[in-house]
Design a protein around this ligand. Structure first.
Ligand SMILES: O=P(O)(O)OC[C@H]1O[C@H](OP(=O)(O)OP(=O)(O)O)[C@H](O)[C@@H]1O
Ligand SMILES: NC(=O)CC[C@H](N)C(=O)O
Ligand SMILES: [Mg+2]
Length: 502
């Protein structure tokens, strides 16, 4: 998952793009970048690392301009090296820069076609560089000296024809403005908002509404699946549906884990969706064991807190913060490499023994993916003296790879793949394991916006919304991107790009 933002303002945007990235940091911790545009010239700073480490005062001073885009990265293609940090840049036509959240599922074919037919060279393994070049090629084909909104809409329509998979995008064209667009399924979130100032209206596009809130923008709405939103540098706004066929199917895992609870995406409050997940889990537990002996409900910080609190209320059992999170350790699931993920769980969470001693504890997490967190946490609960350790997951067993922007490419790395719930319970060492039912999860999310008829739930039920994912693709993905092969490719690459402020 990545975080993206774009701003057109009557004032300098560097500081605000930086702040947007700090608010979106939970979507990607590997690399960060900002491009601004001033007098038809781009200024770029991007590098591997957290937002606070990538941008120093000297970089910020260089990022001049009243429009710009920014990105935090969690790779799903290529590797973690700096050459694949975003935004990407092409000089022709016009000078275009682009930041992408999602994953193209036909990137290999597109890369070949870009080279063989469109005479474009792709210098990294990043699918986002491919996407940028498709967009650039389609704009070039229109052969206009100066670009206009109509041309951009036509190029986005052509992108929809050629690209498969998930893409929420912000792009910027020198001397013209910024563009936000979303694939025809709306798999990854994208919202836009406005802020009235004494000098006119500023506009902002972002992955999540929380970034708008923090910068004082008012949410207008989600960018619709297939839609493109253009904000010209003079503040003029254009919108157009560019896809022939639209099938709104947002990724349900955004609501389970990725998005911040204070965001509203796809017109659904993530916070309320998580509360409802807690309600549903409580109902299931009471159905299965009306006379349960749970003494205390304990969340596994951070993301599960909202669901766990409501679950405790539903059961009428005490809610206690039995694990304390080290506030300086980030999200472990999106860290690169299993060794680092495993080590970080212990650095991140520590138990308060008195909440466990001689009690039947119900630990709650939002999801169990590789089982890295749950295995260690259950052991920690036992070490802290718990009598029985029960474990509830606010989402169903994750059994299948994600191909739309979450880096879980190899089925065999998922703890529930090919295992029954009973098997997983034994593997984790829990005394009882309760998973949310998929139907309940869907209801919990859909209640926030009943007009969305479908969600991408592929990691739970193998049903990929784009309908074009076959075993051959999954096998290639698994071979290329499992933990071991990723580790082999962790080489540092130098950037062939705009001058990058070092
Ligand atoms: O089964 P696993 O492979 O361990 O993955 C699932 C865990 O990873 C995530 O936590 P993370 O530490 O990333 O972030 P959080 O602080 O937002 O909960 C998620 O909330 C689960 O706790
Ligand atoms: N998680 C994402 O959205 C990743 C974007 C893009 N596929 C990359 O690897 O950089
Ligand atoms: Mg967690």
């Amino acid at each position: 998952m990545c975080g993206i933002a774009g701003i057109v303002s009557s004032d300098e945007v560097n500081q605000e793009l930086y702040e947007a990235l700090t608010v979106l940091q939970h979507r990607g911790q590997d690399a960060a970048g900002i491009v601004t545009c001033e007098n038809d010239r781009f200024n770029l700073r991007k590098d591997s690392g957290l937002v606070r480490d990538v941008f120093h005062t000297r970089h910020m001073l260089n990022l001049r301009g009243k429009m710009g885009i920014s990105h935090v990265r969690y790779p799903t293609a290529g590797c973690t090296n700096t050459a694949e940090a975003q935004p990407f840049y092409v000089n022709s036509p016009y000078g275009i820069s682009l930041a992408h959240n999602g994953n193209l599922t036909n990137a290999e074919e597109l890369k070949e076609a870009l080279f063989a037919q469109d005479q474009r060279h792709i210098n990294t393994d990043s699918d986002s560089e491919v996407l940028l070049n498709v967009f650039a090629h389609e704009l070039q084909e229109l052969r206009k000296l100066r670009v206009g909104a109509e041309d951009v809409f036509r190029a986005v329509a052509a992108v929809h024809q050629r690209c498969r998979g998930a893409y929420s995008v912000v792009a910027m064209i020198t001397g013209f403005g910024i563009i936000g667009f979303r694939d025809p399924y709306g798999i990854r979130p994208l919202v836009f908002g406005e802020r009235k100032t004494a000098h006119g209206t500023d506009y902002m596009i972002a992955s999540e509404s929380v970034a708008l809130d923090v910068l004082g923008f008012k949410l207008i709405r989600d960018v619709q699946p297939g839609e493109a939103v253009i904000i010209e540098k003079n503040g003029r706004l254009h919108r157009r549906q560019c896809a022939e066929k639209v099938l709104y199917s947002p990724c349900i895992f955004e609501f389970v884990y990725f998005a911040r609870p204070d965001s509203i995406i796809d017109n659904i409050s993530v916070y309320k969706a998580r509360l409802r997940m807690g309600d549903k889990l409580a109902e299931k537990i009471l159905r299965l064991r009306p006379d349960h002996d749970i003494d205390v409900v304990i969340p596994i910080p951070d993301t599960s807190r909202t669901a766990a609190l409501q679950l405790a209320n539903g059961l009428g059992v005490k809610y206690r913060e039995g694990f304390i999170k080290n506030r300086y350790i980030g999200r472990t699931f999106i860290m690169p490499g299993q060794q680092l993920r495993k080590k970080s769980v212990r650095q991140k969470l520590n138990a308060i023994d008195l909440e466990f001693k001689d009690k039947n504890v119900l630990l709650v997490d939002d999801s169990i993916v590789r089982g890295t967190t749950s295995t260690q946490i259950i052991q920690m609960a036992r070490d802290a003296g718990a009598r029985n350790v029960y474990f509830a997951s606010a989402s169903p067993p994750v059994r299948y790879p994600n191909v739309y922007g979450i880096d879980m490419p190899a089925a065999h790395e998922l703890i529930a793949h090919g295992r029954s719930e009973q098997d997983v319970q034994e593997e984790l060492g829990a005394d009882w394991l309760i998973y949310q039912d998929l139907i309940d999860l869907i209801e919990a999310v859909q209640k926030g916006n009943p007009s969305i008829g479908r969600f991408d739930t592929s990691c739970f039920n193998n049903d990929y919304v784009t309908g074009d994912i076959n075993q051959d693709y999954l096998d290639r993905l698994s071979k290329h991107r499992n933990d071991q092969s990723k580790a082999r490719r962790m080489v540092e690459g130098s950037i062939i790009d705009l001058h990058n402020a070092g």
